[in-house]
Design a protein around this ligand. Structure first.
Ligand SMILES: [Zn+2]
Length: 392
């Protein structure tokens, strides 16, 4: 089929030909495609590669249930405890809630994701197994990468390390971590444990890091050192890393230089009102920064919908992005950057790449980020999976 009269990010008007699951040609639009029997006229809509969500929690979402009350509360440890209480009596299983969420995010044009799944001695590997089943069922419209996430800690939660190891054996793609200082009170203990599992199985690492200031930056440098020692360059990410927005110039530069050298990527969801990793300064230092939804309608947050163009808007807004080139960077955080972190193969809008595409009814990238308009068309592997915001 041909997607005719599409606008590309560089402003050119093209016809995009699709053969099977891949893009077969991207040619200047000359009207010829309009007489093709199998064409779709995009009439100047902006065509982008499929959006990529680098961090969310499919197992935590409460979608499908009536809106849940959110008690006031501060701090990661208190939130973890509140979530455990809520989780015990949920009337909808993980697979059904997560199934609603994957359909919602696909309708927004997300074609690949990295999800974290809680692993602890209470849920065991049940959440992981539910997501592994879901992954097979939705493979035709969404590619899912799974991080085994020790939400209750590693060292401070006896049994967690063995479960993380088993999670990788059972099919999780990466091993997670969580505030080695703030939750475990043992930086070396947690990092040695999760990197040992990663090295043993040859998988990547993705650590949630809320620990602040110099402490958080020290942990980032420790993660970078271990990444290099384990030969895991470009296979490690740290999510949140608020610390990078809290330290002085000297400590920031020193930490960013190590992250860049180790190829450790930084994920931000632009949550407020905490410090945020400075996106442009990190990119200038050679660090890959990417975006993610994080919590979507769960015990942690009543907010979120999984729309990654809206996430680009939020990141750009919080970073004070106003110039066109900055808005283009915001788009990069939800397309190429997470695609590179997830190591998606043949991800691009060019001949030979997978036909994972999303069309939005604006002409330019800055407009798409500023407005995050409704999606006209979503294609996964050459199949149209959503039209006008509705999953087909
Ligand atoms: Zn998270």
């Amino acid at each position: 089929m041909v997607l005719a009269n599409a606008n590309l990010a560089d402003g050119t008007r093209v016809d995009v030909r699709i053969a099977g699951q891949r893009i077969s040609a991207v040619q200047p639009a000359d009207g010829a495609a309009l007489v093709d029997t199998c064409h779709l006229d995009l009439d100047g809509a902006l065509l982008l590669p499929g959006l990529v969500d680098g961090h969310l929690h499919l197992d935590k979402t409460l979608l499908g249930l009536p809106f849940q009350p959110h008690p006031p509360g501060e701090g990661v440890a208190q939130r973890i405890a509140a979530e455990k209480t809520l989780r015990r009596d949920l009337p909808l299983p993980v697979e059904e809630r997560a199934s609603k969420l994957v359909r919602q995010i696909a309708s927004y044009g997300t074609t690949s994701i990295r999800t974290h799944v809680d692993i602890d001695t209470e849920v065991g590997l049940a959440g992981l197994h539910a997501l592994l089943r879901l992954r097979e069922k939705v493979r035709h419209f969404l590619e899912i990468q799974i991080v085994a996430f020790p939400q209750s800690g590693v060292i401070s939660h006896p049994g967690a390390a063995d479960l993380l190891d088993q999670a990788i054996r059972d099919g999780a793609d990466l091993v997670g971590g969580l505030d080695p200082a703030g939750i475990d009170g043992d930086i070396a203990g947690q990092l040695d444990t999760i990197f040992a599992i990663a090295e043993l199985h040859g998988v990547g690492v993705d650590v949630h890091l809320h620990d602040p200031g110099s402490l958080g930056c020290f942990e980032l440098r420790q993660i970078s050192q271990r990444t290099i020692a384990a030969g895991l360059e470009r296979c490690v990410a740290v999510s949140h890393a608020f610390a990078l927005g809290e330290v002085d110039e000297r400590e920031f530069e020193r930490t960013a230089e190590m992250l860049a050298r180790a190829g450790v990527a930084i994920m931000t969801s632009a949550p407020g009102p905490v410090a945020m990793p400075p996106v442009k300064r990190l990119c200038a230092a050679g660090v890959t920064v990417f975006g993610g939804s994080d919590n979507i309608r769960d015990a942690w947050s009543p907010y979120g919908n999984g729309d990654m163009l809206e996430r680009a808007t939020l990141i750009g807004y919080r970073q004070g992005f106003l110039a066109d080139e900055d808005l283009a960077l915001a788009l990069n955080l939800v397309t190429e950057a997470p695609a590179s972190v997830l190591r998606l193969d043949d991800y691009a809008l060019k001949a030979g790449a997978w036909a994972d595409l999303v069309a939005v009814p604006v002409a330019t990238v800055p407009e798409a980020v500023a407005d995050h308009p409704p999606r006209m068309l979503v294609m996964k592997r050459g199949h149209i999976i959503a039209r006008d915001g509705k999953l087909l």
